[in-house]
Design a protein around this ligand. Structure first.
Ligand SMILES: Cc1cc2nc3c(=O)[nH]c(=O)nc-3n(C[C@H](O)[C@H](O)[C@H](O)COP(=O)(O)OP(=O)(O)OC[C@H]3O[C@@H](n4cnc5c(N)ncnc54)[C@H](O)[C@@H]3O)c2cc1C
Length: 471
């Protein structure tokens, strides 16, 4: 089944000149999930220029029961922006809606359209001498609409929160084509349900986010970055707690990484170097930022590193002496996702547990996956300051990739059961999409699932908004 030509014609007219394509060559990149895990089909890619056009498109889709898959930068990692292969869904890209509508340095707000890339949003904030603190490795391609719809996390959550915490208001087009203008710049507004929160993290299942009012923060005048070799994940977690205390809660990033991850980066990413002379089992990348002048936080960072070494929470440490050195340290962490690819198949996890239980999780998951797949190579890394670790499992050296990946579900179950048993979550930041939809049913309670389905039915009674994703 595809979309009837008469409907296609109306949708193209609504999107306007330059606002659509049926050329499968142009559509092809929009049909594949970022890691190639999912592929789909669609006869039509719509690229409306403004909110009014999105509203008209959704009204037509509602009337004709045409299914819609919203898409931003297509960097999502759970197949949420990938249509199914039936060819009866239209793709709705927000890419052309990339205007900055307003910057207000007094309100500390930035109003942007959904198709702005995250990098463009960061630049717009910097142009007003402010900070928009969401930072993720895909920031050059992902869009703020996608960040909102996935409630993206990233490396600064420990200090500033998830995307959900960085938004004051949104504008959204409902599945029936009505526009909800919730573009408020209020930090206090207790006038009923906080409806924007339904769309944030909604993965495009409840409507199309077309614009948002974002919170801005003072731009830090100083940033100190250090890589610390830690004896164990447990020591890393204690170091995190120490760091928060000693830096006056100016810790803005705390990333943990197993040695195998560093090995992968050094092996596969050009122009990278081990910052330490000796090999160590675990590393923490620490960033503190804030202060009123360059170098202001240096003493606090030095005190943290000295105390950590004295207490045995660190075995060695490297403090960046320049911006270039700080960037080189960050590359070791940020290039880790890509560096896993040449090592063969990798079974991914994106779990969270309470921070206090992180070391326990890593230890248990490590034993469990090695027992299940002998010689597999767990690669634990991530934003452990938020209790989030990407506990990925690389295939045994020399194993058959396809045979290993065929065990994806089995390995997931073992790891997710351990996270759930520690009061954790099976998705800390990437969301549910297509990848974890069945698992969501397994791990969520019946009452919570009922509530989610009731919300979906209330907002999207015809089931046209990104169907088959999440709920
Ligand atoms: C190298 C790399 C690093 C990454 N690092 C992180 C990380 O640290 N933290 C993290 O959280 N994620 C990370 N991600 C995942 C991804 O970048 C985020 O999920 C991002 O927020 C997706 O934005 P996008 O614009 O690409 O959305 P897409 O992938 O296009 O879409 C994601 C979901 O949102 C929906 N959607 C998109 N736009 C809209 C809209 N305007 N209205 C309604 N629904 C919409 C889609 O239907 C889909 O369900 C990473 C990805 C890559 C490739």
């Amino acid at each position: 089944m595809t979309v009837a030509p008469a409907i296609v014609e109306r949708l193209c007219a609504a999107a306007g000149p330059g606002g659509w394509t049926m050329d499968q060559h142009d559509i092809a990149p929009h049909l594949v999930e970022a890691r190639g895990l999912f592929r789909g089909a669609s006869p039509l890619l719509l690229k409306p220029p403004d909110t009014a056009a999105v509203a008209t498109i959704m009204a037509i889709c509602h009337e004709t029961r045409t299914k819609v898959v919203p898409q931003g930068g297509n960097t999502g990692l759970v197949g949420g922006a990938t249509p199914f292969d039936g060819g009866d869904e239209v793709l709705l890209s927000l890419a052309r809606m990339n205007r900055v509508r307003a910057i207000d340095a007094l309100d500390n707000t930035l109003t942007v359209e959904a198709g702005c890339t995250l990098a463009a949003v960061q630049q717009a904030a910097a142009s007003a001498d402010r900070l928009f603190p969401l930072r993720i490795a895909s920031e050059g391609s992902c869009t703020i609409g996608g960040n909102l719809s996935t409630n993206a996390g990233g490396t600064q959550v420990i200090r500033y929160g998830n995307t959900r915490d960085l938004v004051l208001g949104i504008e959204a087009v409902l599945p029936d084509g009505r526009v909800w203008n919730g573009l408020r710049a209020l930090r206090k507004d207790n006038t009923g349900y906080d409806l924007k929160q339904l769309f944030i993290g909604g993965e495009g299942t409840l409507g199309v986010i077309t614009a948002a009012v974002l919170k801005l923060f003072p731009r830090p005048r100083d940033v100190q970055t250090a890589m610390v070799a830690v004896p164990s994940p447990a020591a890393g977690i204690e170091l995190l707690s120490l760091g928060r205390g000693l830096t006056g809660d100016q810790l803005t990033a705390f990333e943990l990484m197993a040695r195998i991850g560093l090995d992968f980066v050094l092996r596969h990413v050009p122009a990278t170097a081990d910052p330490f002379r000796d090999r160590h089992d675990w590393y923490a990348l620490i960033e503190v930022s804030g202060g009123d002048s360059p170098g202001a936080l240096r003493p606090a960072m030095e005190a943290l590193l000295e105390t950590a070494l004295e207490r045995g929470l660190a075995v060695d440490a490297v403090l960046a002496e320049s911006v270039a050195q700080a960037q080189a340290l960050w590359r070791l962490r940020e290039d880790l996702s890509d560096a896993q690819k040449p090592e063969g198949g990798s079974i991914k996890h994106d779990i969270s547990v309470p921070v206090s239980r992180m070391a326990d999780f890593i230890a248990r998951a490590d034993v469990a996956v090695r027992a299940l797949v002998p010689n597999c190579r767990p690669v634990a890394f991530g934003h452990v300051g938020d209790g989030n670790v990407h506990f990925n499992v690389s295939q045994p050296v020399g194993a058959d990739r396809a045979v290993f990946l065929a065990r994806w579900g089995e390995v997931n179950k073992v790891v997710h059961d351990i996270a759930a048993g520690l009061d954790g979550s099976i998705s800390a930041e990437h969301g549910i999409g297509r990848l974890k939809r069945d698992e969501l049913v397994h791990y969520k309670g019946a009452v919570e699932l009922d509530l989610m389905r009731a919300v979906k039915a209330a907002l999207d009674p015809r089931g046209i908004m990104n169907p088959g994703k999440m709920v």
